[in-house]
Design a protein around this ligand. Structure first.
Ligand code: QAP
Ligand code: CO
Length: 171
């Protein structure tokens, strides 16, 4: 297992649309292990494969509290259906948009069909933080970042600061 570098905006790879996985192989399980290790190291609660530069429809997540045992979750080829009409606001962040947080409104509940770590089809009813996180990570598979849900003014302000930081880091 190894920790991989996390891409940060405005890296154009974060805008790629990720491709479906045809079969969960040992190679892809090794990728999922690396993604989880990278996410724990950050630390974060959710990570999509494109955030480590791999354009495949794979998400890892762990929403357990610090004082709870780890609860890793793996989603391969996730599909969201039956989003609720009612929305919930949540203060989101993203490992690819470091140090910026803002409120995003998303459907409060949804159903997720996906394939698990062992290649088995699963269905999950999500609400609360799980629903927020799965929808945030699904956006990554379509090249969408949480800042795309903010006003243009806010998004441009954030992008300007990220570009400046990137320039500073290059020296
Ligand atoms: C997505 O986000 C998410 O800026 C996962 O400096 C966020 O793990 C889903 C992080 C909120 C639901 C609610 C961000 C770590 C981690 C930062 C993350 C940072 C260090 C973000
Ligand atoms: Co993110």
């Amino acid at each position: 297992m190894s920790i991989r570098p996390i891409l940060t905006a405005p890296d154009p790879r974060l805008r790629e649309i990720s491709k479906p996985v045809s079969e969960v192989t040992d190679e892809l399980r090794a990728l999922m292990d690396d993604m989880l290790e990278t996410m724990y190291d950050a630390p974060g609660i959710g990570l999509a494969a494109i955030q480590v530069g791999v354009p495949l429809r794979i998400i890892v997540m762990d929403l357990a509290d610090k004082d709870e045992p780890p609860q890793p979750r793996y989603f391969v080829n996730p599909v969201i259906r039956d989003p609720s009409d009612d929305l919930q606001p949540y203060e989101e962040g993203c490992l690819s948009v470091p140090d910026f947080y803002d409120e995003v409104e998303r459907p409060a509940r949804c159903v997720v069909d996906y394939v698990d770590y062992n290649g088995n089809a699963q269905t999950l009813e999500a609400e609360g933080l799980l629903a927020v996180c799965i929808q945030h990570e699904m956006d990554h598979l379509e090249g969408v970042l949480f800042i795309d849900h903010l006003s243009r003014l806010k998004r441009e302000r954030i992008m300007k600061k990220l570009k400046k930081e990137r320039l500073a880091a290059a020296y």
